[in-house]
Ligand binder design. Structure first.
Ligand code: SDX
Length: 430
């Protein structure tokens, strides 16, 4: 394999270094392109542009492979807890007994939010979308830790911020839910593990403690692991973009939550359920909806289908689809929406429109069916995605700020507007 790429430009030949990743991914390093040619590259939506090198997550869209720190999600989702997986993503290796104990202790110790923050929740209208609340609350947390906002933190300060955010994101999410249903906030209990505590804070009520269901705990643990990281997706790129300005981790994660909210990204899991419910309400026929998805004049898309990188099955969707059957059967839930989802998938995967465009179910297609079976409301689905993705965002932010070569992200552009426009005073403007 050549070590440089030759570019013929204006009669000159420019040689650009070739970069090969540890899994064989190939790139042309254009960092010297503008200085040596005056040209920049143009790549709308960054379809062909690598923003960084990273040692955290590898995915192969053609082969449907996803690995965190070199370990497949099939193995991780079956053998570790979400907290172990979070430690792996953030610190680069699975924790030993002592590391895991200390990490868990830190998460347990930092699970409360300042009592004053309860006032923030109570000023939101009850119909406020929980993603709006979560993004603002994560950023507002920073007000209580002024000592953790300076850009160059010590390892201890950084780890303290990380542990606090991983622990408190559950409280903020559960409090947002409780606010929306008008129930009193439920405080974390130290004897519960990460997922158990989240379910307790979500569903316990003063008159009735939550009956911890191991099926639900296992299902949430699985879903959080499968959502934990996904290389340079839209929201992770947002976290890196904001963090590259040396904005603090609270602000960077808050921005990532906002990006994830988008219906083309993490917001799709809510849109999928609403789409499936619409199909169900319409009598359960798929044809009308598939025709709409294929109609260029119709903005409707088959939500939960397609992916920028996976041009084969999203490996996460395969695992979640299998878990759907398992969890609903164990919970004794018979949800017609699951059968509609399976039928829709089967029909779409035989349709030339979807086959030609290599559109398969993605991580969002089946996840909401499990959340719904667990009693989590549809508008909380993307919050669940954010809780899962938090360690991935943190790992990516940490990798970036610890890179001595880190630069502020500042893409270039090609200007296509008017040139040399004559100034007209207001009295002479038509
Ligand atoms: C996530 O990047 C990540 O890793 C994201 C994520 C993560 O873990 O962080 O995996 C999480 O965001 C998953 C994706 C969730 N979004 C959805 O399910 C929304 C529906 N999907 C589409 O909006 C779309 O597939 C995207 C946004 C996911 C990908 O869009 P691309 O890569 O820009 O592809 P495209 O829009 O250019 O589509 C290519 C063609 C187009 O048709 P043509 O113009 O070639 O005729 O496929 C069509 C699109 O119209 N198409 C769809 C479709 N998705 C793509 N047509 C109907 N329904 C769809 N869902």
């Amino acid at each position: 394999m050549a070590t440089t790429a030759k570019l013929e430009l204006d009669g000159k030949t420019v040689e650009l270094p070739i970069v090969i990743g540890s899994e064989g991914e190939k790139a042309i390093d254009i960092s010297k392109l503008r200085a040596s040619t005056g040209f920049v590259t143009l790549d709308s939506g960054y379809m062909n542009t690598g923003a960084c090198t990273s040692a955290i997550t590898f995915l192969d869209g053609e082969k449907g492979i996803l690995k965190y720190r070199g370990i497949s999600i099939e193995e991780l989702s079956d053998k570790v807890s979400f907290i172990e997986c979070s430690y792996l993503l953030i610190y680069g290796h699975l924790p030993n007994q002592t590391e895991l104990k200390n990490f868990r202790e830190g998460i347990k110790y930092h699970s409360l939010i300042h009592e004053d923050m309860k006032n923030f929740f109570n000023t939101y209208p009850s119909h406020a979308h929980p993603m709006a609340i979560l993004s603002s609350m994560v950023c507002s947390l920073s007000a209580y830790y002024p000592e953790l906002l300076k850009p160059d933190q010590t390892e201890e300060e950084k780890n303290g911020t990380i542990t606090r955010l991983i622990s408190k994101v559950r409280v903020l999410a559960a409090f947002a839910y409780k606010r929306s249903v008008g129930h009193p906030f439920v405080y974390p209990k130290n004897e519960l593990d990460y997922v158990q505590n989240f379910l307790h804070m979500m569903f316990a009520v003063p008159a009735e403690p939550y009956q911890m269901d191991p099926v639900a705990v296992k299902a949430i643990n699985l879903l959080l692991i499968l959502h934990a990281d996904h290389e340079q997706n839209c929201s992770t790129s947002t976290v890196r973009m904001v963090g590259s300005a040396k904005a603090n981790l609270f602000a960077s994660l808050s921005a990532g939550i906002c990006a994830l909210w988008g219906p083309l990204h993490g917001g799709a899991n809510q849109e999928v359920l609403e789409m499936l419910e619409a199909i169900h309400a319409d009598g359960g026929g798929y044809k009308k909806f598939l025709d709409k998805a294929k109609d260029k004049n119709d903005p409707f898309k088959l939500m939960g289908f397609g992916h920028r990188v996976y041009k084969n099955f999203d490996p996460r969707a395969k695992i979640i689809k299998k878990a759907c059957d398992d969890v609903l059967q164990k919970l004794g839930v018979n949800d017609p929406i699951l059968e509609i989802a399976k039928g829709l998938e089967e029909t779409a995967l035989k349709d030339p429109y979807f086959i030609e465009r290599k559109l398969y179910p993605n991580v969002d297609f089946y996840s909401g069916i499990i959340y719904r079976a667990l009693g989590i409301p549809t508008n909380m689905f993307t919050v669940m995605f954010a809780i899962g993705r938090l360690p991935g965002w943190i790992a990516q932010w940490k990798e970036m700020i610890e890179d001595p070569q880190m630069k502020i992200c500042r893409p270039r552009q090609i200007y296509t507007g008017q040139t040399n426009v004559k100034f007209v005073p207001i009295e002479k403007r038509s």
